[in-house]
Design a protein around this ligand. Structure first.
Ligand code: PBG
Length: 325
């Protein structure tokens, strides 16, 4: 009798067999490209801590979005970097504000090919850098912030945004925004609830990307990285409030939360591979310590395997190109 009797390696003997039995797929349509557009510049400005990622001008934004569409990615998520900021983030709901102007421009350019999405949060627009408005004692005022979010949601919907990314982590934000949009007839605008968004150290490069003014941290509204159940609870609340999709963010340090959320809700679950995750792989690759392309694709596959139906990633266009080769 030969030994061993059970040989799992049989399924790994050739690339043809491995291809046939691979459990998880990764396709361009499952990738969403986050993009930054900055007010008042005529040429793109590179972001030092995110090599290959730029703050776009309106023109370079349009060109990059067309490239993403041609590569077959599923959508783009827009972040605005305004020239002027104030305490309540007035630029966020100004129809002439950079994010809203850029949204309309992209809808015109690629709106039929891509799901054009907008970040809905005040932090890029406030002079204190918090995701909401502040009470007299300096704390973030949840319910006053909800009113600002509804105004921002209406401005984004009027600009044509297909999907609003609710990333502020205020209680009741999904319900308040859904109600506000429905009352104005925007019943088809999709809502992505950033349900399980953690107060992460890996947001570092993003703060440069949006010229963040933040002093201190976001720990009174973003989740504590030690909490799994609380992330799950947030996802269930967002689904009950009417979110069309929920997000887990960051991705790679929260793959367990991602799996649990995927198993618990009945709507699509997305994950955001954030700036620090991007920067880590770029830095190691630049030093020749890891194989860049293989590491990027493995990271995206692992996020899909953990349960993400789609992934926001700064590599979306490039990875889509590789996947189509
Ligand atoms: C906040 C926001 C953050 C990111 C997107 N929107 C994080 C933060 O500063 O708390 C991070 C994205 C990234 O790091 O790639 N509205």
């Amino acid at each position: 009798m030969s030994f061993p009797e059970i040989r799992p390696r049989r399924l790994r003997q050739s690339s043809a067999v491995r291809n046939l039995v691979r459990e998880t797929s990764l396709e361009p349509r499952q990738l969403v490209l986050p993009m930054f557009v900055r007010e008042g510049i005529s040429e793109a400005v590179q972001i030092t801590s995110m090599p290959g990622v730029a703050q776009h001008s309106l023109d370079s934004l349009r060109r990059a979005a067309v490239e993403a569409a041609e590569a077959g990615v599923g959508g783009v998520m827009l972040f605005g970097v305004p020239a002027v900021r104030d305490a309540i983030g007035s630029g966020a709901d100004d129809p002439h504000g950079i994010l809203n102007v850029a949204t309309t421009a992209l809808i015109k350019e690629v709106g039929d090919a891509l799901v054009v999405q907008t970040d809905l949060c005040l932090d890029e627009f406030t002079d204190h850098g918090h995701c909401g408005v502040l009470a007299d004692d300096g704390s973030v005022d949840n319910d006053a912030t909800l009113e600002r979010y509804v105004a921002m949601a209406l401005a984004q919907a009027r600009a044509g945004s297909h999907l609003l990314g609710l990333s502020g982590m205020m209680d009741g934000q999904v319900a308040a925004i859904r109600r506000g949009l429905d009352a104005e007839g925007f019943t088809d605008t999709l809502l992505l609830g950033y349900a399980a968004k953690y107060a992460s150290a890996f947001y570092g490069p993003f703060r440069e990307a949006v010229d963040s003014q933040l002093q201190g941290d976001r720990r009174t509204y973003q989740l504590d990285p030690g909490n799994r159940r609380e992330g799950l609870r947030e996802a269930l609340i967002d689904e009950a409030e009417g979110a069309d999709i929920v997000m887990v963010k960051p991705a790679m340090s929260f793959l367990d939360v991602l799996r649990e959320v995927r198993d618990a809700v009945h709507i699509p679950v997305w994950a955001y591979q954030i700036s620090g995750e991007y920067a880590m792989i770029e830095a190691a690759s630049a030093n020749g310590w890891i194989d860049r392309r293989a590491a990027v694709l493995e990271s995206l596959l692992s996020i899909r395997r953990a349960g993400a139906d789609a992934v926001l990633t700064y590599w979306a266009t490039e990875a889509a190109g590789w996947l189509r080769d």
